[in-house]
Write a protein that binds this ligand. Sequence first.
Ligand code: HEM
Length: 492
Amino acid sequence: LLSKPRVPKGLRLPPGPSPKPIIGNALDMPKYFEWETYAKYAKQYGEIFYLDVFGTPLVFLNSRRIVHELFERRSSNYSDRTTFPMIVDLMGFGWALNFQGYGEWWRRHRQAMHNKFHPSAVEVYKPIQIKHTRDLLRRLHKAPEDFIKHIRHTAGAIIMEVGYGINIKSENDPYIHTAEEAMNAVGEAAVPGRFMVDMIHWMKYIPEWVPGASFKKQARIWKKYILDVADLPFEHVKAQMANGTAQPSFTSTHLESLAATKDAPADAEQVIKGTAAVILLGGSDTTVKTLTTFVLAMVLFPAVQKKIQEELDAVLGGVRLPEFEDMTALPYTIATYKEAMRWHPLLPLGIAHAATQDDVIDGYFIPKGAIVFGNSWLLLREETDFGPDTEKFDPGRFMESGRRDPGQTGAFGYGRRVCPGRYMAENSLFIAVASILQNFDITPTRDSSGKEVMPEYEWTSGLFSSPTDYQCTIKSRSKAAEERILSIPAEV
Ligand code: HEM
């Protein structure tokens, strides 16, 4: 199929030179690790190609030049989202700004988020991030084998306090559980092509009992989590505000401003509720998965780990825990979390954008409604931007001049849709990496004969890609490290 470029039916072409490859159709869509297959297609077909999927072009952008041209310079045309009948109509996810079309409703959500997540606004979250990261050290010291559970708890605790002022203590917190279930559902459903109903929209009207309509049953099961994750914590904060016990948070401060606003639109509360839930969803699992990638890299690349620890020891003198003020003195530590985002980007194909109007780029026609992907995985492996050997985990690459920041090269997405939580996310990653490595050594586990056993894992495939759960040994580095950890107050 791929060897014969052709023009799918129904696609108009610009006049002039012959069109570039339109390389195939739904049959050419890989189901798993799509970014790798699309990267191979890119080698064959160049900076831009597309697949025709039941009349909808899926356009793939494969170079930084073309990504910049469309997503940044022509951002007013490439900031829409495709309609996801599975996610929005059947699973009830219309409240999530991630999946809203480019328009006033999305803009109001984005504004609500921006107000509290721009670079200086996120400063107020730093004490919360420090407090819960220190608690993470205590938990890691106590039960190191459960490190993934602890990282998950910490990310959830940070985001619940930031978003709702709710202090979660238990590792089985029901809000976090609901958020994880909702996030897993999105991870599966947000991959274009995963559900046929996203291509053939009338299928959403098929009754659940019809053979072949199992997607409807699946959507119904997921919908409960998706509605609960928005409703339950929000109602909790409102009840707390009514009885005067609410802690300041994204939700409470927005609700207070709303109460003080004359003639606020009737749906203003909906915007706050939806945005708070999106913060909960976007804010916990993303950090967890990036940190599990980082821990894995530490097991696989011990020399890198040693180098980070040397930097941390030199700056902190082995006597105090890291603070955000240390950031400027810790370039290699910063390079490490950036390398984790580059080496294996969490969203290898980002979240697809959509074209609002017909457009032409380099003589290729992109029709209105086309679904447009930046292949972040490919961009982040570009040797001209990141230096040689990009398969290797090497923070040292960022110590050379002229290297690009992965956060501005696709790891956080593109243009007007770029991740609005990125400043807070980077702070969480920095303080976690610095705190963990100052105090712990991360090594492979050992078998009964004392031989090292490398972790067994696979990269997951879907909207998100991160390692499946794996084992490693996390041990405090020294007596001094142990004392530092034990001196952290038990109650956070
Ligand atoms: C390491 C952590 C994170 C990574 C790698 C990440 C990555 C991304 C990516 C790739 C996108 C898609 C952008 C696009 O469409 O071009 C995105 C969107 C988004 N992210 Fe993040 N993110 C992270 C953390 C967070 C956090 C902490 C929050 C909330 C506090 C958040 C909230 C959002 C929201 C609301 C959107 C949707 C934006 C829109 O559609 O306009 N993310 N993120």
